[in-house]
Every structure is written in C-alpha cells, then in structure tokens.
Ligand binder design. Structure first.
Ligand code: AMP
Length: 216
C-alpha cells in the first residue's frame, strides 16, 4: 500500500498515519519529522532547512526531495509507505511520480483530510510534542497532565510547544497550505487517486472513515 496523506497542519494526518502504521505495518514517512531530525542533528540539509521552517514557509524542493529519495531507498518501504506532509506542491508531486514510476511502484491513493479552519487553529494551539520520542499530544483532546508530560516515555519528560505551532507561524502555514498544497487535490482527483475524509470528528471515527476509503 503506497499512500499520501494530505491536509492542513492540524488536520490530524500525523495521528491517522500512526494508526495506519499500527494496522498495516508499513512506515510513516513524515518530511516534517525528517526535517526536524536533520535540524536537531545539524546536518547540511538541516542547517539549510531551519530558517524556512521557523518562518512557517516551505523548505526548498531540492532539500525535501533529497531527503525523500534517501528515505524511499530504505528497505522497510518495500511493502509500502504512508507519506505524511509530502508532497506539498506541484513540483514535489511530479518529482514523486517520476521517482515511483521509475521503480514501477506508483501511488495507490491520496487521502485529503478536510477540517474546518476554526477547528484547525484550536487543535494546533493545543498541540504539545515530546522532545524525546516525538509523539504528539493535544491538551484539548488528550489531556497529558499538569504540567503536560509524555506518557509514552518511562521518565515522563515535559511536553513542549513546537516553535512553528505558535500562532503567528500557524497563520503563515495555513496560507502556504491553501496556496500551494490544497491545489494538489485537483491534480490527484484528475488521476482518480483522491479520497476525501471529513476529519471534524473524534480520532477513532476519523480512523474508521479513513479505512473505509482505503478499501480497494
Ligand atoms: P509538518 O510537521 O509536516 O507540519 O512540517 C513542518 C515544517 O517542515 C513545514 O512548515 C515546512 O517548513 C517543512 N516541511 C515539511 N514537509 C515539507 C515539504 N514536503 N516541503 C517543504 N517543506 C516541508
């Protein structure tokens, strides 16, 4: 199964990607996570990506494509993968198609998570991340304690708000999504690959809707 999950920041695609990982045993490939990891490790890609990420802008295609090309070459993608947060513009979508065509493994489907704008702002403002394991919690839907801490790590480290989840950056990210990423829905619809999931619902309900649209 080779799928792309699309949706505005805060639409829940990362959470749903984790559900699919548990169910199908294929990896989640999040370019946001890969870029944050590159920044934390101070790699050449990371050093170049940081300013764009802090500003809520897209990182240069060349960097993102380099990271994706490396990741798709890993052995664990043989049975499939879930792309989360990639592609984010038409050039990336075309480059992905070329990469997958060259190995004879095209995409099976592209899922678009639709969520109301006000709900997105509420979700992102409540989002807190564990700096150790990277897991994401939400103070509105999954109270992680006071002070907020990670329930997955043994020593319960404190959760932090990602810098690009701060309100001014969120507005910028939503604008970038509307202008550059959302139009990909038409691109994939024209190829018969698009599935739409209305994601204004509790997590389990969204998972059920997601599994329904992924049925062959
Ligand atoms: P995310 O965790 O998916 O919201 O991504 C966080 C940030 O990483 C984005 O705001 C961008 O700056 C950058 N980023 C992630 N994926 C991409 C991509 N496919 N293309 C360009 N920039 C990306």
């Amino acid at each position: 199964m080779r799928i792309v999950l699309m949706g505005a920041p805060g639409s829940g695609k990362g959470t749903q990607a984790q559900r699919l990982v548990e169910r199908f045993g294929i990896p989640q490939i999040s370019t946001g996570d890969l870029l944050r990891d590159a920044v934390a490790r101070g790699t050449a890609y990371g050093l170049r990506a940081k300013a764009a990420m802090d500003a809520g802008a897209l990182v240069a295609d060349e960097i993102v494509l380099g990271i994706i090309r490396e990741r798709l070459g890993d052995a664990d993608t043989g049975r499939g993968f879930i792309l989360d947060g990639f592609p984010r513009n038409l050039a990336q979508a075309r480059a992905l198609a070329a990469m997958l065509d060259s190995i004879g493994k095209p995409l099976d489907s592209v899922v678009l998570f639709e969520v109301d704008y006000a709900e997105i702002v509420r979700r992102i403002s409540g989002r807190r991340t564990c700096q150790r394991c990277g897991r994401v919690f939400n103070v509105h839907t999954h109270p992680p304690g006071s002070p907020p801490h990670c329930e997955q790590c043994d020593d319960h480290p404190a959760l932090v708000q990602r810098r690009d989840d701060e309100e001014s950056t969120v507005q910028r990210r939503l604008q970038v999504y509307e202008e550059q990423t959302r139009p990909l829905a038409e691109h994939y619809a024209a190829q018969g690959l698009l599935r739409v999931v209305h994601a204004d619902a509790p997590v389990d309900e969204v998972t059920a809707r997601l599994l329904a649209v992924l049925q062959p």
